[in-house]
Ligand binder design. Structure first.
Ligand code: GUN
Length: 305
């Protein structure tokens, strides 16, 4: 029997609808809509697509979207000056600087210049530290989406054994911290780990963010495990015609789904959750900044938009 498919598209649609409803309730009380500022430096093609999508989805949720597109040659002082202005701008409740930045700009200095309460990516050192010590904080969007999908499948995560493959600051490390905060027994593997298949076979929950197409094979999987595939890799697809490509994850999906209990597909799994969680983080930041009760997002009673 194949694994249950965890449908990230439907889940994200419910989350966006819930955010939109909350925005419609809160905006008249606050006297303004939530505002999300997205800053893009340079012309990285993938970043251009993400930034467009973030602005579009913010507008669809009833938020204001402020986009800043700066040239590749932007100096650090100019970028820091823009961030300082956005920090002080009462119309802006969330600030996101799209990564990667051009090589001459230090991403840590830039991210740590964002006011922590407007850091809707959850990358500021104070949000990272708060999550690391189990305090309430803004949580990075992709791990937050993964946790939401895991919680839907496992009403209680306590005591489960989890393996996170990948130790980036954007996904792997915050993911491991969130699983630990949920009282999972957590292992982290990365490109220098020598025994990943053995570790994976112990895992009730496997989260893979390695950036290696098809890395995780069926014989690595504990039967019934939940597999969350964060990888988004574009590979050649000659079967679709010359020069065509297709998206695949880090998991050998067709084989792994025969062993796992539940699995996220690529595309249509974690990917759609990331921007929906960015909207949720922006809504939370806005509610806190306006001293409004931030009603929990209700994902059970929503009709997908
Ligand atoms: N680049 C790739 N993913 C992300 C993300 O989640 N946030 C930002 N700011 N940049 C990214």
């Amino acid at each position: 029997m194949g694994a249950e498919l965890i449908d990230g598209r439907a889940f994200a649609a419910r989350l966006r609808a819930s955010v939109r409803d909350r925005v419609a309730e809160a905006a008249p009380r606050a006297g303004q809509a939530p505002g999300l500022a997205v800053v893009l430096v340079g012309h990285d093609p993938a970043s251009e697509v993400y930034v467009r999508s973030k602005g579009k989805q913010a507008l669809e949720a009833g938020m204001k979207s402020f986009e800043y597109r700066l040239p590749e040659t932007t100096r650090a002082a100019e970028l820091l000056d823009l961030i300082a202005r956005l920090n002080d701008d009462a119309q802006v409740h969330g600030i996101l600087v799209q990564l990667p930045l051009p090589a001459h700009l230090d991403p840590r200095a830039v991210i740590n210049a964002i006011a922590p309460h407007k850091d809707v990516d959850g990358f500021h050192i104070s949000n990272v530290g708060m999550v690391g010590t189990g305090q309430e904080a803004i949580v990075p969007c992709t791990p937050l989406g993964c946790m939401m999908m895991l919680r839907e499948r496992h009403s209680d995560l306590r005591g489960r054994t989890a393996l996170v493959i990948g130790h980036s600051n954007v996904v792997g490390k915050p993911m491991a911290r969130l699983l630990l905060n949920a009282d999972c027994t957590v292992m982290i593997a990365h490109k220098s780990s020598t025994n990943i298949p053995e570790l994976a076979r112990l895992a009730d929950i496997l989260v893979v963010a390695a950036g290696v197409p098809g890395l995780v094979r069926a014989d690595w999987i504990k039967p019934g495990a939940t597999v969350i595939d964060v990888g988004i890799n574009r590979i050649p697809a000659p079967e679709r015609g010359e020069g065509r490509t297709r998206l695949v994850g880090d998991v050998d999906f067709d084989a792994v789904r025969e062993v796992a209990g539940a699995i996220t597909p690529v595309p249509g799994g974690v990917g759609p959750m990331t921007i929906a969680c960015l909207l949720a983080n922006t809504l939370s930041a806005y509610c806190h900044q306006h001293g409004l009760d931030c009603a929990p997002l209700d994902l059970d009673e929503q009709d997908p938009a």
